[in-house]
Design a protein around this ligand. Structure first.
Ligand SMILES: *[C@@H]1O[C@H](CO)[C@@H](O)[C@H](O)[C@H]1NC(C)=O
Ligand SMILES: *[C@@H]1O[C@H](CO)[C@@H](O)[C@H](O)[C@H]1NC(C)=O
Length: 801
């Protein structure tokens, strides 16, 4: 301050000397009111009274309001605060020019008051705040013009420099303009990052050079505009999710999230699936707004166990990020086990061995884990079992013996279930036929057969049917009936009966004669058509039933043409005297042989009667002399058959006491001749009969010998079978006991007389009636060659009277 005063004084002194009558002062601006500018009186060399007396006053056109003159003190004072900037603006030097005028005498002095600047003005900016919007993508070196600050002061007090803080991104650059002003620019030195700092505030300070220094500030607010300089970023590079197969469409599988540091559209993320080769996009979709991955298709674990979805997030500026979403599919038991029949036989033989493989099965279940574990079993009560071969391979094998006759077909149901929850199962039915093996022989319906046939049947008549069943099938069950070779009475049974091979009908081959054969046995074999065939046999008994085909046959008395045979009755005979007995037989049997005797005609009906049952002829009254010697009785013998058959016999009775009487009576029969001696008559009769028999036998024997000799030459090479035939014995059925006789009745049929057992056989038919009075029997032999009539039934010969 002192320095300043001294300086001012020096200046004042200098100006006073230089300009006489002229005073100059220098004062700083902004001095207080009444501050001393200068001692004008002294400086002008005037007496202080002069100023008063001279009515000194300041004359100025424009600047009298700042300075006033104190006449009493003779000093100039500051009348009003002087603002240099208002007075002179930027003009330097800034001075006030006025005159001091004195009167009495009139004098005037020029006074100059130079106003010096003081730093009373700070630099100022027009706006306290300035705003910029700068893209973060602005390049380094970008310039931004700032407002200049203004400092009203001059010189050193004027604006000297600018400062910008902070200096992170921007630097100041000043340009000198032609007008001497300076342009202030802000230059980008380091890139902006909206994502780091969205708004930057800078302070621009303008500083002057005054003492004290003053400054003005301006706030620069920079809004960093977003540029798409940030790509979206997924929160994970790989996402994992699980989804159950068969989940309904619309199920949210996963949500992915990406973020983008940018703003607005630059930060608006759109999600998409980028898989192109597979069909992931048919199965999944992503919500492009929120990243929700949902199901739009069917998921089948058996088709794909996992999905790899490539996802992309893009912002609107085209920046992207990608990630992977790995979706594991969880299995659900949605597949039934599949039963595949690898090989199978539809037919198996009933003699198949134990453990024969029938069918091979493969099981497949597409599910995994427990869901794909399969157990199989088959229906119970079948002779098969299921064997596990290897993983999922099974074989169906026989477990016990098969029998087609018990079960010819099996429906084996194979059921397989998996172990899922709930378990799924499937089944197949295998139909297996059991093929037949000839393991059953035919079985006759009965253990033996008995049948009846009435004699005199027509040859070829079917007698009855044997039947055998065979449990086997088809050819193995086709039964043929075969007559077993055997012989009946030395004759092959085939000449008696035949069996129809197909039907089992037994036919009579010939007409049977009960009187020759009453029954016979044979065996019929039933044989099936298997290979080898099986057979069984049954015994068949044929019983021939009698027919009344034979009339009674009178054996005694023998009827000879004109014979003299007569019974003797002594005249002395009593009532009931047995004259004779008519002996008749009937080769039939039973009722057909039940004979009854009746007297049909008689010379004297009152004299004789015939025993109905026994044929005994007895006298029924005393014989008198009047009775004729020669009595003729006709006795009829009837059997009891339906219709009955009969025979008549004529019995001559001689009522006499002596043989001569009889002879005389019988030689000129019908003259009566009496024989009184019965014995004589019998002797003669016996003699005659024996002689006749002897001669006859001789003739027969010779004939036979001759015949045999001739036949041996003719039939020596014949091979026809010998059919010997032995008829049954025949006995008197009357059973009276008085005349027990045995009658033999034989038929010999042979083609080979050399081997014939028939002693009385001969060529052609022969009928020999031999009467043997000694035994009162008759032997009849019939021979008929079957060479002559092979198919004709046997005939009875020589039974007529
Ligand atoms: C087997 O099945 C078939 C067809 O369903 C049927 O006709 C047949 O009677 C069955 N067989 C048995 C032995 O059950
Ligand atoms: C008949 O069958 C029996 C068993 O029933 C057998 O012993 C016999 O040998 C068979 N006869 C013939 C001739 O086949």
């Amino acid at each position: 301050m002192l320095t300043l005063v001294h300086a001012l004084l020096l200046i004042s002194l200098l100006s006073f000397r230089l300009v006489t009558g002229q005073v100059s002062y220098t004062i700083p601006e902004e001095m207080g009111k009444g501050s001393l500018v200068g001692n004008i009186a002294q400086d002008l060399g005037l007496e202080s009274k002069r100023l008063t007396s001279g009515k000194a006053r300041i004359y100025s056109r424009d600047s009298d309001q700042y300075i006033e003159l104190n006449r009493e003190r003779g000093v100039l004072l500051v009348k009003e605060r002087i603002d240099r900037e208002a007075l002179c603006r930027q003009t330097t030097p800034c001075a006030l020019h006025f005159q001091i005028i004195l009167e009495n005498p009139m004098e005037f002095y020029t006074v100059t008051v130079q106003i010096t600047d003081i730093n009373d003005n700070a630099p100022t900016f027009e706006e306290g705040e300035i705003r910029f919007k700068i893209s973060e993508s602005a390049v380094i070196g970008a310039k931004f013009v700032l407002d200049r600050a203004v400092d009203l002061d001059v010189g050193l007090n004027d604006l000297q420099r600018y400062e910008l803080k902070p200096t992170d991104n921007f630097a100041l650059k000043l340009h000198n303009n032609a007008d001497g002003n300076k342009n202030v620019e802000m230059v980008l030195q380091k890139p902006l990052d909206r994502e780091k700092q969205e708004q930057i505030s800078l302070v621009l300070t303008a500083v002057d050079g005054g003492e004290p220094q003053m400054s003005g500030t301006m706030l620069i607010v920079i809004t960093v505009l977003d540029a798409n300089d940030n790509a979206p970023v997924f929160t994970q590079q790989t996402y994992k999710a699980t989804v159950t197969e068969n989940s309904p469409k619309g199920t949210v599988v996963a949500t992915v999230t990406a973020s983008d540091a940018d703003q607005g559209s630059n930060g608006k993320i759109t999600y998409s699936i980028t898989n192109t080769l597979d069909d992931v996009r048919k199965v999944f979709k992503i919500n492009k707004e929120n990243g929700e991955v949902t199901l739009i298709g069917n998921i089948d674990f058996e088709e794909s166990q996992n999905f790899q979805i490539n996802l992309r997030a893009s912002d609107d500026g085209g920046l992207t990020d990608s990630c992977k979403l790995i979706i594991d599919v969880r299995d659900v038991n949605d597949n039934k086990p599949e039963i595949n029949i690898m090989s199978k036989s539809n037919i198996i033989s009933e003699d198949a061995k134990f453990n024969t493989v029938v069918t091979m099965i493969n099981i497949e279940d597409k599910d995994t884990g427990e869901n794909g574990k399969v157990q199989c079993f088959i229906s119970e009560n079948v002779p098969f079992i299921l064997k596990t071969l290897a993983n999922n391979f099974y074989s169906l094998v026989t477990d016990s013996d098969l029998d087609r006759e018990r079960a010819s077909e099996y429906n084996i149901s194979v059921t397989c279930s998996d172990e899922g929850v709930p378990s799924l199962s499937s089944s197949v039915t295998l139909t297996l036929q059991i093929s037949d093996v000839n393991d059953n022989a035919p079985v006759f319906e009965r253990s033996s057969y008995e049948a009846y046939i009435v004699e005199n049947n027509t040859p070829g008549l079917s007698i009855f049917t044997v039947r055998a069943r065979d449990a086997d099938w088809n050819q193995n069950a086709r039964v043929s009936y075969i007559l077993e070779d055997s012989s009946v009475n030395g004759v092959p049974v085939s000449s008696y009966v035949s069996v129809s091979a197909d039907s089992g009908v037994i036919h009579a081959v010939r007409s049977f004669d009960y009187e020759q054969i009453k029954d016979f046995h044979f065996r019929v074999k039933a044989q099936d058509g298997g290979s080898p065939p099986l057979s069984s046999n049954v015994s068949v008994k044929i019983m021939i039933q009698d027919q009344n085909d034979n009339p009674p046959q009178v054996l005694y008395p023998v009827q000879t043409g004109g014979s003299l045979v007569a019974e003797m009755v002594p005249r002395s005979a009593d009532v009931g005297y047995l004259v004779t007995k008519v002996v008749a037989v009937d080769v039939d049997s039973g009722q057909n042989a039940w004979l009854s005797y009746k007297l049909q005609k008689a010379t004297d009906r009152a004299l004789f009667e015939v025993g109905l049952q026994n044929g005994e002829i007895r006298t029924i009254r005393q014989v008198t002399d009047k009775d004729a010697v020669k009595q003729r009785l006709t006795v009829i013998v009837e059997d009891n058959g339906q219709p009955s058959r009969s025979a008549t016999v004529i019995v001559n009775v001689a009522v006499a006491d002596s043989f001569p009487e009889v002879l005389s009576e019988f030689t000129d029969f019908p003259h009566d001749k009496e024989y009184n001696d019965n014995l004589t008559f019998y002797l003669v009769l016996a003699l005659a009969v024996v002689s006749f028999l002897f001669i006859t036998c001789l003739v027969v024997i010779i004939s036979v010998k001759i015949y045999r000799w001739r036949q041996s030459r003719v039939l020596y090479h014949s091979s026809l079978p010998v059919i010997p035939y032995y008829p049954p014995r025949y006995s008197d059925t009357l059973g009276t006991g008085t005349l027990p006789h045995v009658y033999n009745y034989e038929v010999c049929r042979t083609t080979d007389s050399r081997r014939s057992d028939c002693k009385f056989g001969g060529a052609g038919s022969q009928n020999v009636l031999i009467m043997d009075p000694s035994s009162t029997g008759t032997m009849q032999r019939i021979e008929k060659s079957i060479l002559d009539e092979p198919d004709s039934p046997l005939e009875h010969l020589g039974q007529r009277q």
